[in-house]
Design a protein around this ligand. Structure first.
Ligand code: SF4
Ligand code: SF4
Length: 403
């Protein structure tokens, strides 16, 4: 079963996302990385992972979502491939032994820098678990753009060449996998060429987000809009839209939202669960200490004592209304304007998750303007050529909401 065929069925159900922070080490020191506390010491032991798994799998009534995504992150997760292999074997055996409702309704998910993707142990793991895997390799675009940020921590050298050599193998194994690109202020001039470069490598789905942190300079929004308009022209004129997708352009963003009808929180923080090497549980990895600049970790329990529901309580009542400033409630282009609960917490004046960080405001508005240009131009072309109906039937999946 490949991911594309499985995609619809999977997404129609509600899945629990459980993340193991297996290591806080990485070969790279990306300049935009939000993980401010990376280190080589905090590696998860199998005993800690096992305790977390035993706790979760023995509470089927509390963890009652239809399916589960077991997510492995770092640092770089594949640095711990032996541990991951052991954890995944244990998970499969336990879900089978317990006749758990997640048996056969699970996926192992990885976000990797791709550097050791080709190594024997990683490949053996992929072969063994292929039908339950989703793996995203992060590559930021052209060599110049990628190496601007994604550099080795020891030498400061760019990592592009070591990642790109593994892309053909990855695409052969996961033809419908997408990549995730993160845009910061210095990256804006390279957006167009980067997306086109990723398409030329055979990557069909490019998911992009701008960072949530307050780093945007004067004029960045205009530059951003221009890049997106130039990219729109290329995608439409060269007809990439038939087979390729880019998450910048979405038919569903840039509209006002009626708070009475659409009041849900943006992300799943609090409904997800993360565990780290110390055995602590978090509502999302962004609440672990290594992800926070200003605030203390938000620990909601641990593998020995379980989840403290009182610590989780504030997350259960999060919605758009309770954390957004009035300008966002009244905003004409509110749909698709994202926030990150972890960044909200880190950037807030007090230790609260109820203060929405709006540093991306002008970038979202720029995106909406370019997005309107894209769809007007595309639909005009399709109507003129009598291809609108055909396009609607066969259009590529809209990229996922990413964070
Ligand atoms: S941050 Fe800005 S663009 Fe986003 S909803 Fe609020 S006012 Fe609108
Ligand atoms: S948006 Fe932030 S807090 Fe929400 S799930 Fe993503 S990383 Fe976690």
């Amino acid at each position: 079963m490949d991911i594309k065929n499985n995609k619809e069925a999977w997404q129609s159900g509600v899945s629990k996302n459980i993340t193991f922070i297996v290591t806080k080490d990485c070969q790279l020191a990306c300049k935009y990385c939000y993980l401010v506390g990376k280190n080589i010491n905090e590696r998860m032991s199998f005993e800690t992972a096992k305790k977390a798994i035993d706790y979760i799998l023995s509470r089927e009534d509390e963890f009652n979502e239809e399916s589960v995504i077991w997510d492995f992150i770092g640092g770089e997760p594949f640095l711990e491939i032996d541990l991951i292999d052991k954890i995944c074997d244990y998970l499969k055996m336990e879900m089978y032994r317990l006749n758990h409702h997640w048996f056969n309704s699970y996926r192992f998910s990885f976000s990797t820098n791709g550097i050791n993707y080709h190594e024997k142990k990683v490949q053996k793991f992929i072969e063994k678990n292929h039908e339950h895997l989703s793996i995203g390799i992060t590559i930021d675009g052209t060599e110049l753009k990628h190496d601007l940020n994604r550099v080795y921590k020891n030498s400061g050298k760019g990592s592009y060449k070591d990642v790109v050599r593994n892309i053909p193998l990855w695409i052969e194994q996961f033809p419908f996998a997408g990549t995730k690109v993160t845009i910061s202020s210095a990256d804006i001039p390279y957006i167009k060429e980067s997306v086109l470069h990723l398409y030329s490598l055979g990557i069909k789905e490019v998911n992009i987000n701008v960072v949530f942190e307050d780093i945007w300079k004067d004029g960045d929004d205009k530059l951003f809009e221009n890049q997106l308009i130039e990219l729109a022209d290329e995608i439409i004129d060269k007809e990439y839209y038939k087979d390729y997708a880019c998450s910048f352009y979405s038919e569903h963003i840039g509209k006002p939202m009626d708070i009475k009808l659409e009041n849900q929180n943006w992300c799943g923080a609090g409904k997800m669960l993360s565990v780290d090497a110390a055995g602590n549980f978090y509502p999302c990895t962004r609440f672990a200490q290594y992800s926070l600049r200003e605030k203390k970790a938000w620990i909601i329990g641990n593998v020995n004592d379980g989840i403290d529901k009182n610590k989780l309580r504030p997350f259960l009542t999060l919605d758009r209304l309770t954390q957004s400033p009035q300008k966002c409630i009244d905003c004409e282009v509110a749909s698709g304007c994202a926030w990150c609960q972890g960044e909200n917490y880190d950037a807030a004046e007090t230790p609260t998750i109820y203060q929405r960080a709006v540093a991306i405001c002008k970038m979202h508005k720029a995106r909406v303007r370019a997005n309107n240009y894209y769809w007007n131009k595309l639909f005009r072309k399709l109507e003129l050529e009598g291809e609108r109906e055909e396009y609607e039937k066969n259009k590529p999946n809209e990229p996922l909401k990413i964070c």
